[in-house]
Design a protein around this ligand. Sequence first.
Ligand SMILES: C[S@@+](CC[C@H](N)C(=O)[O-])C[C@H]1O[C@@H](n2cnc3c(N)ncnc32)[C@H](O)[C@@H]1O
Length: 206
Amino acid sequence: MMKVPPRVVAQFRKPCGIFGHLAGLIMATRPSNIARNVWTLELLDLSPRDHVLEVGFGPGIAIRYAAHHITDGLIVGVDHSQAMLRQASQRNAAAIESGRVRLYCQPVHNLPACESGFDKIFSANVVQFWDDPVRVFKTLRSRLAAGGVLATTYMPRHAGATLGDVRNTAATISAQLQAAGLSRIRVEETRTQRSPMVCVLAVNRS
Ligand SMILES: C[S@@+](CC[C@H](N)C(=O)[O-])C[C@H]1O[C@@H](n2cnc3c(N)ncnc32)[C@H](O)[C@@H]1O
């Protein structure tokens, strides 16, 4: 398996410059990355008319997968990296052109005011970068429709991560979601050849 150089690993929080561009290419092609994005969207059981938000879309592979399934709805994405906005926009040019996809270079704490009422909101390997996850989850809850679902996926990238490690992270995320007022919290787990991963799903009841 290819070893990712430390200078590129340091970019995953907010890719920029040439190493950030490389980080995006790795995220777009690494089988374990693709697997975690596809798995997250499978758990969300997308419908053609869904109105969906992705936080931290990176190179835009989940956006592309979602656009394939959401033929008559809307997919919105935010990521605070210009480099990722560029890659994701290129990867999804046709869907953006058709108006089914809207991508923004914004941090999660500053979501575009016009975007709300989502049926589903998700993130994959972004939660670990948030300083105040409860605050972020409250913000995301305010953008969900009543009955809308929030999915938070985490896959550790360090060697030797165990199922116990991801279960501990899932317990932390579950407590944060509860503190943010979300309910019907459930944890799903699976593994790729490289690593176990978890997705914590929660519902906005109000
Ligand atoms: C490890 S990458 C994961 C990308 C993509 N979700 C995937 O699984 O392929 C994390 C992404 O989240 C973005 N990100 C991190 N913190 C963010 C924040 N506070 N607001 C918006 N985007 C953020 C980064 O710029 C980066 O593109």
